[in-house]
Ligand binder design. Sequence first.
Ligand code: NI
Length: 167
Amino acid sequence: MALLPILRYPDPRLYKKAAPIERVDEAVRRLAADMAETMYAAPGIGLAATQVDVHIQLVVIDASEDRSHLLTLINPRILSAEGEQLGEEGCLSVPGIFDKVPRFAKVRVEALDTNGCRIELDAESMLAVCIQHEIDHLQGKVFVDYLSRLKQTRIRLKMAKQARVTA
Ligand code: NI
């Protein structure tokens, strides 16, 4: 297993659209395992393949309190959604930035698991937010894109400053 470097906003590669995975093979499982390790180490509650510069439809999520419910979703798709919630979101690609984004309160999702079996799952509260956030990544969208222009500009300046400090 290996820790993977995470792309930082506003890296243009975060805006690439991920391709569906045709075959769930050993390479996909290895990437999923590395992504999970990277997510737990960060620490974070979700990571999309897009964020590690691999543009396939794969996300890992663990929104549980004790960090024991790893969810690996391949080709995830929202089947139905209802309600609204406004929770504070953050992103491993935008470290140190948190803001409110409107999301569906509940979602039903279909995906493939790491064995290539179709699964369906109902999610609400934080898990639902996390799934919507990660599916956005696969579509080339970062949560910052929902914020006002002014906030986006401030965040870009902050990221540029961070990059200079860590360079
Ligand atoms: Ni994110």
